[in-house]
Design a protein around this ligand. Structure first.
Ligand code: BDR
Ligand code: CA
Length: 307
């Protein structure tokens, strides 16, 4: 079993990522940390507790709240995609049985990584703010963490907030810049690849009668109604679940070791990940970058486990 910590801003696809992780025997979830992103820190924490309660793991897996705002920028949430509550209204009436931990996310991550040197993978499906707080507190972190797999940016320029910027990087570009240059072993699962892993309405129909159908149907419907595509298709991209999928089985994606940086000083391009695909910048590679994915294999694994 692989030891993992999930760092989330629970939104709809984060919820599905958490569910994929809890339904995967390959992963030993040490805890889940939360951050301001799609929704406020408080809401992300509440949503995470709700998802854990829905899957029956609220006693087993603790939730550790982290940063309530980006390093330098104003908070930027994504209610357009995930709704006011972040879950498309899917678990509104749930009464929470568990409370979040009083330990800060950064302290939790540091403790676990040193407790199990080179064994812990951090799966980040949110702005990278919490990791910078970790790095500020602990200069030896990069040495002891096994790997950080993050959903964010894009290898081939593509954006969902601006024409060139993906949400998780756009929401805290300074944090991404620090993380990219930290020496941590990184895997970037970007938007250009996650946009290939689409959950269609007919996939959701396949889950009818299963334990999570109501939640998935309601939240996915909300997500699908926000049209991020030029053509009208009834599907939602599985951005965050793919990052978990990569932790379960890295052969789901094809990667290349490349140099990636982030734009932080341009009003037009802030949050753009600049990926040196043609080795023009003469810099040392700083991460493994997903360039393609076996979408059919990933979607069938996701459906199989969510059934
Ligand atoms: C990312 O942004 C968020 O809205 C999603 O949860 C995902 O992590 C996709 O760009
Ligand atoms: Ca997310």
């Amino acid at each position: 079993m692989q030891k993992v910590i999930l760092d989330v801003d629970t939104g709809i696809d984060d919820a599905l990522a958490i569910m994929l992780a809890t339904e995967s025997e390959e992963l030993d979830i040490l805890g889940i940390t939360t951050v301001s992103g799609n929704v406020s820190l408080e809401q992300a924490t509440r949503n995470t507790l709700k998802v854990l309660q829905m899957v029956g793991k609220e006693k087993e897996i603790n939730v550790y709240p982290g940063a309530f705002e980006p390093l330098l920028r104003k908070k930027f949430h994504e209610h357009r995609v995930h709704g006011n509550d972040g879950l498309g209204g899917a678990l509104t009436d749930m009464e929470l049985r568990a409370k979040p931990s009083s330990k800060h996310a950064a302290h939790f991550i540091i403790d676990q990584v040193h407790r199990y040197p080179n064994e812990v993978t951090l799966i980040m499906t949110a702005p990278l703010t919490n990791l910078v707080h970790v790095l500020k507190l602990d200069p030896t972190f990069a040495r002891d963490v096994k790997r950080v797999i993050f959903m964010g940016g894009a290898a081939k320029t593509q954006g969902n907030v601006t024409p060139v910027a993906e949400f998780n990087i756009y929401a805290d570009p300074e944090a991404a810049k620090i993380v990219f240059h930290s020496g941590i072993p990184l895997t970037m699962v970007g938007l250009d690849v996650t946009m290939k892993t689409l959950l269609h309405d007919y996939h959701v129909d396949e889950l009818k009668g299963s334990r999570y159908y109501d939640f998935i149907h309601k939240s996915a419907q909300y997500y699908m109604n926000f049209r991020q595509f030029d053509e009208v298709i009834t599907a939602c991209p599985m951005h965050d679940p793919l990052a978990v999928g990569v932790a379960i089985d890295p052969t789901m994606i094809q990667t290349e070791s490349l140099y990636v940086d982030v734009e932080t000083e341009s009003s037009l391009c802030d949050g753009q990940t600049v990926c040196d695909l043609r080795f023009q910048l003469n810099q040392q590679e700083n991460m493994d970058v997903a360039l393609d994915v076996d979408s059919d294999r990933f979607i069938s694994m996701l459906l199989h486990r969510l059934k």
